[in-house]
Design a protein around this ligand. Structure first.
Ligand code: ZN
Length: 308
């Protein structure tokens, strides 16, 4: 089974305009790394609107093409930090839950709520117990540290409801703030909630060595390799890094993910799945991967965490 453990539905009115502008600015840099020149305006007017997918129709089609059996959709709550979206966070959570319910064999929804919101814990609880969502996504780039005591009631609730927490980690595009996203801020959380399953998204990207150092001593920490599509054009770098991640964390705590649709243009899910699936045969850089390791990463680990 292949599980995309980290994906999003993008809808213009679900995030403040400042974020779409920031995304376009960052995409210019990503494009440049693979030799494509573009302006933020090009990306803002041509590529980003293509990502909007209010019914998950595009997501499902892409997942089907890539051979992904199940996709976890994570709600992103940036409103407190960068300005509210046109659609409330409660409505966004409900929409994700409804979409997952309409495609129970393919889609799973995780709630997203900023811990600083009034009634955050109640909304999160409603998402899980009434709307059937399966976990919590935290995006601290909106302006809080993951180990701030303001977040603790959400961790306590996640533990009580027995669901995993995905935390964005790694440098993040403006207007979100990277300083809140370093994986060291998970250290207190992992220590104070040793029974809580915490997934550090993107293996913290540029801070991946810090992330795996923390994961190495905290068995309740997992990492997902979403966003690493950016490294696929550099297969030697990808293979050496992933080998180091597995050696440090263990192949049983690494999860596949795409962070779709953000990386659709440089590396669509079909390409990323093909790349990771082919690692036992095609690894370069003097490292090797076993079929069992890759199978666990592509789906077995997520299957266990999500109790599928
Ligand atoms: Zn994401």
């Amino acid at each position: 089974m292949i599980i995309d453990s980290h994906c999003h539905l993008f809808v213009e009115d679900w995030i403040n305009k400042r974020w779409w502008d920031g995304m376009a600015r960052r995409a210019v840099l990503t494009a440049k790394k693979i030799g494509i020149e573009a302006t933020p305006e090009d990306i803002r007017t041509t590529i980003i609107p293509e990502y909007w997918d209010p019914t998950a129709e595009k997501l499902i089609q892409e997942a089907d093409e890539a051979g992904i059996d199940k996709t976890v959709m994570l709600v992103q709550d940036f409103g407190v930090g960068i300005g509210e979206a046109k659609v409330s966070i409660e409505e966004q959570n409900k929409s994700h839950a409804d979409i997952a319910k309409a495609h129970p064999d393919k889609l799973i929804a995780f709630a997203g709520v900023d811990p600083r919101r009034e009634g955050a814990v109640d909304l999160f609880e409603k998402c899980i117990t009434e709307w059937g969502m399966k976990g919590l996504k935290l995006h601290s780039g909106a302006g809080f540290f993951l180990d701030d005591k303001v977040v603790y009631p959400l961790y306590e609730k996640a533990l009580e409801l027995n669901v995993p927490v995905v935390a964005h980690t790694g440098p993040i595009l403006a207007p979100l703030r990277s300083k809140y996203c370093h994986p060291i801020s998970l250290d207190n959380v992992l220590t104070d909630f040793p029974d809580l399953t915490v997934i550090a998204a993107h293996v913290s990207e540029g801070w991946w060595r810090d992330a795996i150092a923390i994961a190495a001593s905290n068995p309740n920490m997992f990492v997902d390799i979403s966003g690493w599509e950016e490294v696929v054009p550099f297969p030697e770098k990808y293979c050496i890094s992933l080998r180091e991640i597995i050696d440090e964390v263990g192949s049983d705590r690494v999860l596949f993910g795409t962070d779709g649709p953000s990386y659709r243009t440089p590396c669509p899910p079909i390409e990323y799945v093909k790349f990771v699936k082919g690692l036992p045969e095609n690894a370069v850089g003097g490292v090797e991967f076993t079929a069992e390791e890759i199978e666990a990463i592509l789906g077995g680990n997520a299957q266990r965490i999500l109790k599928l």
